[in-house]
Design a binder for this molecule. Structure first.
Ligand SMILES: Nc1ncnc2c1ncn2[C@@H]1O[C@H](COP(=O)(O)OP(=O)(O)OP(=O)(O)O)[C@@H](O)[C@H]1O
Ligand SMILES: [Mg+2]
Length: 255
């Protein structure tokens, strides 16, 4: 097996909300076509970090970034970066499923249409089917594509949001606690889906669920008060962490 490549390299990242530092000195590699899980107690900076990877924090006033985030070796914070193109390459799935209040079809076809990836009806139909299949939702919705997306179950809505994310053919998918609003069965469906998506995409997932991180990811980063305490292959984090704090957290004695 060949060594995985680095898709993203974060170097000495500091992040501030006003004067308040939220991330300090974060350096971490994100391997291509692997699942990287981010864990740590509430408020430690996981979502802030995730949003640094596609510059979603830019939309929050009074924030400041220092350091570098290299995507395929190119700094996404460099002057002249096209942020729309960046967010196409690095897509995001949120904690609460947030489909547009439109049809299932429109939810998936909106991005490709906007970005000119689909030129005619046939292209649209193809991308919609491919994306819904990719998100393991096609069989459940193929006969109701014109129905309101909000009529789906929460688990289906989250898979629809994943279909919407992959419809624009991103390279990286960021997921911020994508299962926290879902029941255990829908959660397992999303975890299975992540395993199949890993063949084509680099995935970074924030989770509060230790079992999920242990089961579903290849690498795990443990954050604590804005710092990355430890980053290692998932198995090492859960069986032989090098830091005492990591051990206390993953065994439930800290946090
Ligand atoms: N929009 C914001 N404005 C000001 N401070 C913020 C903002 N968002 C987050 N923070 C602060 O930054 C720190 C990190 O927050 P963040 O949401 O990244 O943590 P988290 O690890 O994702 O927590 P949780 O597990 O609860 O989602 C916290 O102290 C939080 O209060
Ligand atoms: Mg968060």
């Amino acid at each position: 097996m060949s060594e995985p490549m680095e898709k993203i390299r974060v170097e000495n990242l500091n992040f501030y909300y006003g004067d308040k530092p939220a991330l300090e000195g974060i350096s971490v590699p994100i391997q291509e076509r692997q699942i990287t899980a981010l864990i740590g107690p509430s408020g430690c900076g996981k979502s802030t970090f995730l949003r640094c990877l596609n510059r979603m924090n830019d939309t929050i006033r009074g924030t400041r970034v220092e350091g570098h985030v290299l995507l395929d070796g190119v700094d996404i914070y460099a002057r002249g970066t096209n942020v729309v193109d960046l967010r196409k390459r690095v897509g995001m799935v949120f904690q609460r499923p947030n489909p547009f209040p439109q049809t299932i079809l429109d939810n998936v076809s909106f991005g490709p249409r906007m970005l000119g990836l689909a030129k005619n009806r046939k292209d649209v139909a193809d991308i919609v089917e491919e994306s819904l299949r990719g998100a393991a939702l096609w069989d459940e919705v193929k006969d109701i594509l014109k129905k309101d997306a909000l009529s789906l179950s929460l688990g289906q809505q989250q898979r629809l949001c994943i279909a919407r994310a992959i419809a624009v053919k991103p390279e990286v998918i960021l997921m911020d606690e994508p299962c926290s609003a879902l029941d255990p069965i829908a959660t397992l469906q999303i975890e299975e889906l992540m395993q199949s998506l890993r063949k084509d995409y680099t995935i970074v997932i924030v989770t509060h669920n230790m079992q999920q991180a242990a089961r579903a990811s290849n690498y795990t980063g443990f954050f604590w008060m804005g710092k990355l305490v430890e980053f290692a292959p998932t198995e090492a984090i859960f069986t032989r962490p090098s830091q005492r704090l990591t051990e206390e957290y993953v065994t439930g004695r800290a946090g």
